[in-house]
Design a protein. Structure first.
Length: 368
């Protein structure tokens, strides 16, 4: 029997949540936090995946919060079975450790929508401080499309002006760069895009909303799956063809010029659109120094980060792409960019790499 995607809860109905965690304290705290929201009800809790199967069958939740590491059956095995048999939006609860980040990335690969970082110390107060984030991620997950796949958002709504001004002083160049932004669902969308890239593609810079404990593991995982080299950006490195640079979770990523070369730069300026790294910051930096030699790509994600920056890229002569609604986990950032007039082409995720490469070939032919 083929799996049927979970439908979003009907308008006006509360979001039904099941909490699965082997820690009685985490179960209690998550239940209390979620039920502070008037539109959410916790309809069941379970201490391990075996118990969870019955609770889920009886309660038909809209969203499940799932601990990564549990007895009797680990969270990944349970998630894999769930997505195969009864796709349901899942928010993983993960520790901020090297192993935790690896397991969480695997969970996003298997189909989790997003994750919440479990505090290392003082769990009760730490979870309380993350209450708004947890509630928001459950709300987003309830609307997400899941049919066997996919994954995030967060701080003040500054504009990119707090990091760098708009600049029209571009130096003539022929080197192309591909500039990518994503949020919720982006880990799998970025993988789908990069694994289709040839080893000699232009340099790629990526801003994905993700905590700093996870970006290095994310880059390493992609590097093992792609023909190109994928690294976490260090700042100051020359941007090379056949390489992709992931923004570290603690800094904005920018593209700058050093003589005739493009180089990466990192900034710990305040968050923009509540994020650091911010897609708007990366896109503005590309508009400032790369101009028409840039290709902009905005992928699945919650919120509006990247919409204004992509418009600046387009106005600077870049060609811009947005992921289409049908293939997005959350059609937020692409929708905002389209509505603002920032996008030249709206493309399904599976076709994105080919369309970007096709555009690069067309630009090359025009110059010749």
């Amino acid at each position: 029997m083929s799996a049927v995607p979970q439908a979003a809860p009907a308008a006006g109905r509360r979001i039904r949540v099941v909490v699965v965690d082997d820690s009685a304290l985490i179960r209690k705290v998550l239940k209390q936090l979620l039920e502070t929201a008037p539109d959410i009800e916790v309809v069941g809790v379970a201490s391990d995946p075996i118990v969870a199967r019955e609770v889920i069958r009886e309660t038909e939740p809209d969203v499940i919060t799932l601990d990564v590491e549990m007895p009797r059956m680990d969270g990944l095995e349970f998630l894999s079975r769930l997505m195969r048999l009864k796709p349901t939006p899942v928010v993983m609860v993960s520790s901020l450790t090297a192993r935790g980040s690896e397991v969480t990335l695997k969970a996003l690969e298997l189909g989790a929508v997003d994750f919440v970082a479990k505090p290392k110390f003082d769990i009760q107060n730490g979870m309380q401080e993350s209450a708004r984030e947890i509630v928001e991620k459950v709300r987003v997950a309830a609307k997400a499309r899941v049919a066997r796949a996919k994954p995030m958002e967060v701080g003040p709504a500054n504009s990119a002006d707090v990091v760098l001004p708009v600049s029209l002083s571009r130096v003539a160049a022929t080197e192309k760069l591909i500039i990518v932004g994503a949020s919720t669902g982006g880990t799998e969308a970025i993988k789908a895009f990069l694994t289709r890239m040839p080893a000699d593609c232009p340099g790629i810079l990526i801003a994905q909303h993700m905590p700093e404990a996870f970006t290095k593991s994310f880059a390493q995982r992609l590097d093992s799956q792609c023909r190109i080299t994928v690294t976490e950006a260090q700042g100051g490195e020359r941007i090379l063809p056949g390489h992709a640079y992931i923004a570290p979770g603690h800094s904005h990523l920018l593209v700058m010029r050093s003589g005739a070369n493009f180089v990466t730069d990192l900034s710990q300026a305040p968050p923009v659109n509540r994020h650091r790294p911010s897609v708007d910051v990366l896109f503005r930096s590309a508009a400032n120094v790369v101009g028409r030699n840039a290709i902009g790509v905005i992928l699945t994600g919650m919120g509006k980060d990247g919409a204004a920056g992509m418009l600046e890229m387009k106005q600077a002569g870049a060609h811009t792409f947005a992921q289409d609604e049908a293939s997005c986990v959350v059609f937020g950032m692409p929708r905002e960019a389209i509505a603002l007039g920032s996008v030249d082409e709206v493309v399904p995720l599976d076709d994105m790499a080919a369309r970007v490469l096709g555009r690069l070939g067309a630009d090359r032919a025009i110059r010749v």
